[in-house]
Design a protein around this ligand. Structure first.
Ligand code: UDP
Ligand code: MG
Length: 162
C-alpha cells in the first residue's frame, strides 16, 4: 500500500491551462472546465485576467521568432483569459491530449479543439507542453499562495489509493 501511495505521489503533476479570449467570449468556460474535472484532474488554481501585451509576450517567449508571434500576443491580451492549474497523474501529457492538436483542422473529434474550434489562430485553449514549461507558466501566472493544496474526496475512487 505504501508503495502504491509513493508511486501515486511520484506521478502527480501540475499543468497550466488557459482558456483564451475566444473561448471565454464564446461561452465555453464551463464546457472546458468540465472536461478536465470529469477526467479526474483536480483544480488547484483559477482566476480571470486580461493579460497585458508584455505579459503575453513573456508567456509565448519561445515563439518570438515566429511570424504569428505579434498577432498571437495581441490576441491573448485582447480580452479576459481564464487561467488555471490542474493537478493529477500525467496531467501535463494527458492535458495536451484532452486539448488536441494545435491546428483544430487536425485535432481529433472528442478533443477540446477538435470539437469546439476551427482555425489555428482561434483554438480557444492553451496547455503546458512539458514539465519545465508547466513550472515556468504556473510561476508566471500565479503566486504561490494562489495554488490551493487539498485532498479531494474523489481521489481514492480515481486512483484507488488514499
Ligand atoms: N499559432 C498560430 N499559428 C500557427 C501556429 C500557432 O496562430 O501557425 C498560435 C495558436 O493559437 C497556438 C499558439 O500559437 O495555440 C501557440 O503555438 P504552439 O505551437 O505552442 O501550439 P500549442 O502549444 O498551443 O498547441
Ligand atoms: Mg505551446
Amino acid at each position: 500500500m505504501l508503495q502504491e501511495q509513493e508511486a501515486h505521489a511520484a506521478e502527480m503533476e501540475r499543468t497550466f491551462i488557459a482558456i483564451k479570449p475566444d473561448g471565454v467570449q464564446r461561452g465555453l468556460v464551463a464546457e472546458i472546465i468540465s472536461r478536465f474535472e470529469r477526467k479526474g484532474f483536480k483544480l488547484v488554481a483559477i482566476k480571470i485576467v486580461v493579460p497585458s501585451k508584455q505579459f503575453a509576450q513573456k508567456h509565448y517567449h519561445d515563439l518570438k521568432e515566429r511570424p504569428f508571434f505579434n498577432g498571437l500576443c495581441d490576441f491573448l491580451s485582447s480580452g479576459p483569459v481564464v487561467a488555471m492549474v490542474w493537478e493529477g497523474e500525467g496531467a501535463i501529457t494527458y492535458g495536451r491530449k484532452l486539448i488536441g492538436a494545435t491546428d483544430p483542422q487536425k485535432s481529433e473529434p472528442g478533443t477540446i479543439r477538435g470539437d469546439l474550434a476551427v482555425v489555428v489562430g482561434r483554438n480557444i485553449i492553451h496547455g503546458s507542453d512539458g514539465p519545465e514549461t508547466a513550472k515556468d507558466e504556473i510561476n508566471l501566472w500565479f503566486k504561490g499562495e494562489e495554488l490551493v493544496s487539498y485532498t479531494s474526496n474523489a481521489e481514492k475512487w480515481i486512483y484507488g489509493v488514499n
